[in-house]
Design a protein around this ligand. Structure first.
Ligand code: B12
Length: 208
């Protein structure tokens, strides 16, 4: 079984091949993939974010690390989803219009699938119409992600669009998003990370 440090380092160095190999080794050895995700891979991406903020690395390095992370996620995702039980509710998730960040959104989608929800991943750069289509296909909960302060206001546009629809609940998240902002725009829930997203969804469902 690879040392978790090796996977952490491979993600931060953007070594896609090593990440895929080592994650596969963990899987082959029946390792704890939820712990691998939450305890190693997500913290590695956070470190990348901090290094970028300190101008120690730039966009290309960030992108390379993101691709390495995705290589590991591609292996884990079907397993997390397969570990889930019968779908508890239908959820649609998308990064809002103008925003192309999808690592956090993908993680949330993956955790939700792992928790047994049926997840319709709408991708990035989602306009109101895309969420509307998902609702028409049966999604009762919409998860909105935004990583840019400039795209956050679009979350309000989506919330406003569905105002008065009791059959649609909206949960928001992303690095610049806060609980206060969620309250301010009238979203039904907010999650700080992928784990909280699951709890928040369960809370919203229980209240429905
Ligand atoms: C990787 C990255 C990129 C990659 C994205 C690759 C991809 N496929 O996603 C690339 C290189 C493409 C990129 C581009 C840009 N980026 Co960028 N990027 C980042 C970086 C380093 C990490 C983001 C990330 O993946 N974090 C790891 C994941 C796991 O965390 P997360 O996304 O926050 O998600 C977690 C939670 O927020 C939460 N969550 C997320 N979504 C949701 C949704 C729901 C419903 C819930 C409940 C929870 C939830 O759960 C997630 C998992 O725990 C951040 C720095 C940072 N500190 O966040 C900058 C950052 C977001 N980027 C930034 C900028 C400025 C840009 C660019 C404008 C740069 C440029 N000049 O071109 C472009 C914008 C492109 C666009 N139109 O979207 C700024 C934003 C600043 C601001 N105030 O808005 C940041 C903060 C960097 C910085 N310090 O300046 N970026």
């Amino acid at each position: 079984m690879p040392k978790i440090d090796e996977i952490y380092e491979a993600v931060t160095k953007g070594n896609r091949k090593v990440v895929a190999e080592k994650v596969q080794e963990v899987v082959d050895n029946d390792g704890d993939i939820v712990e691998l995700l939450n305890g190693t891979m997500i913290p590695a991406m956070r470190e990348i974010g901090e290094r970028f903020s300190r101008n120690e690395i730039y966009v290309p390095e960030m992108l390379i690390a993101a691709r390495a992370m995705q290589a590991g996620l591609d292996i884990i995702e079907p397993l997390l989803a397969a570990g889930g039980h019968k779908a508890r509710a239908r959820v649609a998730i998308g990064t809002v219009k103008g925003d192309l960040h999808d690592i956090g959104k993908n993680l949330v989608a993956m955790m939700l699938k792992g928790a047994g929800f049926e997840v319709d991943d709408l991708g990035v750069d989602c306009a109101v119409e895309k969420y509307e289509e998902a609702v028409e296909k049966g999604a009762g909960i919409l998860c909105l992600s935004a990583l840019l302060t400039t795209t956050m206001p679009y979350m309000k546009a989506v919330v406003d669009h569905f105002k008065g629809r009791d059959d649609v609940k909206i949960i928001i998240g992303g690095a610049p998003v806060t609980h206060e902002y969620a309250k301010e725009i009238g979203a039904h829930g907010y999650g700080e990370d992928a784990n909280q997203a699951v709890h928040e969804l369960e809370k919203v469902l229980a209240e429905a």
